[in-house]
Design a protein around this ligand. Structure first.
Ligand SMILES: C[S@@+](CC[C@H](N)C(=O)[O-])C[C@H]1O[C@@H](n2cnc3c(N)ncnc32)[C@H](O)[C@@H]1O
Length: 246
């Protein structure tokens, strides 16, 4: 299966944006020169001991990491774990690279781009549609899966575009260990009801909330995201739904 991140052949239909504003020089350099050092490609072997260049305690996957703040924040706080981030939007991938290298637009670019000194090398990036990667991830490989503020596709006629659907939940259940966590956050009423409904009768997952406090507030290990900030600015409240893999 071709894994060229931005080619359109053999790919499942993707309805979001692959690129936004023109990507400026520093970010283009990061995409060209630094991304390959941490990128998941068709040679990558999904081995817990080697994927991150060292054994890790837990492996977490963030699907649709957007600008990468949450992925980078989790990875920085938990250097003992490994983080896989998947994102189709090229500008978002480039933004993550600025966070982890500390390189900003307009600054002199060093000859050798590397991680910021205090960063542990525990992020791997798949810069394409996660559905292309699912089949290559072994059963029971992951401890956590984050899907934060997925595109809501609120119109009824677009509901087949929503990422939380039976097919993707089956793949997530397969790659998540028993006892592992699937965390979904959304600020959209339609998507909240949709998610609760999709997972309600799902024998693979158990919603661990026992009261409003468990899902109306940010979890303890939370890192704020761009879309969450947008929701707050626009007066929408987010919900944080943690499901346990049974
Ligand atoms: C609404 S944004 C939220 C971004 C981020 N999680 C946040 O909270 O700021 C949803 C993101 O998911 C990405 N996305 C949607 N479907 C995806 C897929 N199948 N594989 C990888 N990324 C996907 C989109 O490109 C977009 O950047």
């Amino acid at each position: 299966m071709p894994l060229n991140p931005f080619s359109n052949t053999d790919q499942p239909k993707f309805y979001g944006r692959r690129q936004g504003r023109k990507i400026r020089k520093a970010k283009t350099t990061l995409l060209d020169s630094f991304l390959p050092q941490i990128e998941i490609n068709d040679q990558t072997v999904f081995n817990k001991e080697t994927l991150f260049g060292k054994p890790v305690e837990q492996i977490c996957l963030e699907i649709g990491f957007g600008n990468g703040e949450h992925l980078a924040g989790q990875a920085l706080r938990n250097p003992q774990n490994g983080y896989i981030g998947a994102e189709v939007f090229k500008n978002g991938v480039a933004n993550l690279l600025t966070i982890i290298t500390g390189i900003k637009e307009g600054e002199h670019l060093p000859e050798q781009i590397s991680l910021l000194p205090n960063r542990s090398d525990n992020i791997r990036v798949f810069s394409n549609d996660i559905r292309l990667l699912f089949k290559r991830i072994p059963d029971n490989f992951l401890d956590k899966v984050f899907i934060l503020f997925p595109d809501p596709w609120p119109k009824k006629r677009h509901e087949n575009r929503r990422f939380i659907n039976p097919e993707n939940l089956r793949e997530i259940a397969r790659i998540l260990k028993k006892g592992g966590v699937l965390r979904i956050a959304t600020d959209h009423k339609v998507y909240k009801s949709w998610t609760l409904h999709q997972l309600h009768d799902n024998a693979d997952f158990f919603w661990k909330a026992t009261c409003g406090n468990d899902w109306k507030h940010e979890p303890q290990d939370w890192v704020e995201t761009k879309y969450q900030r947008k929701a707050i600015r626009e007066g929408r409240k987010a919900v944080f739904l943690d499901y346990i893999r049974l």
